[in-house]
Design a protein around this ligand. Sequence first.
Ligand code: HEC
Length: 243
Amino acid sequence: MQLKRTGSICSLGHCGRFKSVLVRCRLQMGVALSVLLSAMHVQADDHAAIKYDPSNPSHREAFKVAEAVNSIVRSVRSNYTKRLVKKLKADGYGADMESIGKPGFIPLPAQFVKYVGIQLQRDTKQSFSYVLKSQWNINDTAFLEDEVDRVSWAFLDAQQKGVDSFKSIQWKPFVTVRQSGEESVLEYVAADTAAGESCVACHNAWEQRPEIIERRQMDGVAARKLFKLHEMLGMLRVSVTLE
Ligand code: HEC
């Protein structure tokens, strides 16, 4: 998925598919390997970041595309939730992670948005793609995969550190331009926050599952996370290839 465009750490083993291998390696060799991996990553990274420059017309153009994609994805998800999931719930059905083979049930909003994103990534004629990511990922492919993911997570997380009311935060997206071979790609990464109690309840319930607790421990992330309303659950990363 993201591998095609992001490169960098992917050269160390196509992380999406081989994440479990990577995690096992990490477990076996612990911190030493992590340090080695990041050192190799720096050397292997031919995708140097260029600062986003609003005075550059192609940067500005790509930024506008990214903003539009960001709003469309959010609008599609909220309308899917309000108009489809709610209606089906009222009819006695609803959305379910395992909707296949369950008559009357449709995929969860996050799954639906993900399927649209995957299709866009497959369509090489498009100059843009997007993906949902999280340090607290439920889907095992939605982890923080490369430098852009990690830096943007830290950038966004810093905006909610020590803040009393998550709702009051005026979130700023992380924006950068990176070189990928011949191409320059603008990366626009925005916070995806727990906008409603249902986000909080469902994600917190997932955090209590034994398999998720185990994954958090393997990833070196605090287990049994309890999200609060309006806290960052994940992020939406939009990648736009510059013309
Ligand atoms: C009924 C449970 C449920 C609700 C409600 C829910 N989610 Fe999720 N969410 C999930 C599941 C399950 C996944 C993983 C789906 C997949 O396989 O891609 C997920 C995935 C995500 C992801 C991608 C990263 C990951 O964890 O894999 C983000 C970001 C996210 N949800 C944000 C939200 C937000 C924001 C809301 C509220 C507006 C919300 N979710 C509501 C269950 C839920």
